[in-house]
Design a binder for this molecule. Sequence first.
Ligand SMILES: Nc1nc2c(ncn2[C@@H]2O[C@H](COP(=O)(O)OP(=O)(O)OP(=O)(O)O)[C@@H](O)[C@H]2O)c(=O)[nH]1
Ligand SMILES: [Mg+2]
Length: 319
Amino acid sequence: MPANLPPTYYKLKHQHEAAKTDSERLSLLEEMLRIVPKHKGTEKVVSDLRKRIAVLKKGPLAKGGKGSGKKGYSEHIPKQGAGQLVMLGPPNSGKSLILANWTKAKPEVSPTPYTTTIPVVGMLPYQNIQFQLIDTPSLMSDFIPPNVLTLIRNADLCLGVVSLANDNLLDDLDSVLTVINDHRGDVEDGSLGYIVVANQLDTPGASDRLEILTEFYGDTMPIYPISAETGEGKEAILQGLYKTLNIVRVYPKAPGKSVERDDPIVLPNGATVLDAATGLHKDFAAFKLARIWGTAWHDGQPVSRNDVINDGDVVEFHL
Ligand SMILES: Nc1nc2c(ncn2[C@@H]2O[C@H](COP(=O)(O)OP(=O)(O)OP(=O)(O)O)[C@@H](O)[C@H]2O)c(=O)[nH]1
Ligand SMILES: [Mg+2]
């Protein structure tokens, strides 16, 4: 952002960030465009404003995905499944195609940049769980919609999606990482809070670009090469997501019944027997006895509330 923008611009910008409706947003953006000085230094600001205005005019903003229309411009997407994953990236990196091919969601996919105008959600199955995968409007240099900011802050993991078909790959990644680092805040557990998805592995020259990417960033962050088109790399990234989310699956079992493996309770690594009970149902928090099965235990061993469970454990609660 050049420093020579008039104070009124910033005032409008703040008003825009706080705006509640699309028509309010549109008129504020138009006003910003009207007052912004037009010269070389503001070219980017001007073009971003024009794009935002075009996107809003295309509206209603609910155009992003079939079925998402009713809710309109939602500021908050409730978490579902084993982890909320938000895809962020430059235009045409293939975020929408990933969502379209890997979930049942139907986002618009197109070679036109900035096709996606609102977040679109799908559930991405992995073994017996599902991740909540969210496609977002592509990043612009000077504007991130408030609902996307909320997602960046609250998601369990950010996926920086860049394209291996693009010679600007390193700059693209730089921009995504800047956005994530600026807005994600401190991630408590010391993990990065993001992974890099290098998409379009099937395109000409992709492996050479991947080599460069790995050379620059491979030591400092996890990079998953994939093709949304062919599905290459999908299994590896799914495993990576599971590992990175640092979650465990516990299987509840009713006394005298056999265990069901298709609907685990998903908890953060380090969760206790009590967390598992509460995850099952709040009434189970007052259980009288819990028995556990798993590699770290004797079969059916009684455990206490504060014992830490392991991935794959079976727990039987007696009320
Ligand atoms: N060959 C190939 N093409 C891809 C791949 N991923 C996406 N594409 C194509 O790239 C174009 C852009 O894909 P989108 O998924 O719409 O891109 P986006 O990141 O959602 O971009 P926005 O328009 O900003 O929403 C489309 O024509 C896709 O078919 C891939 O892995 N391989
Ligand atoms: Mg898209």
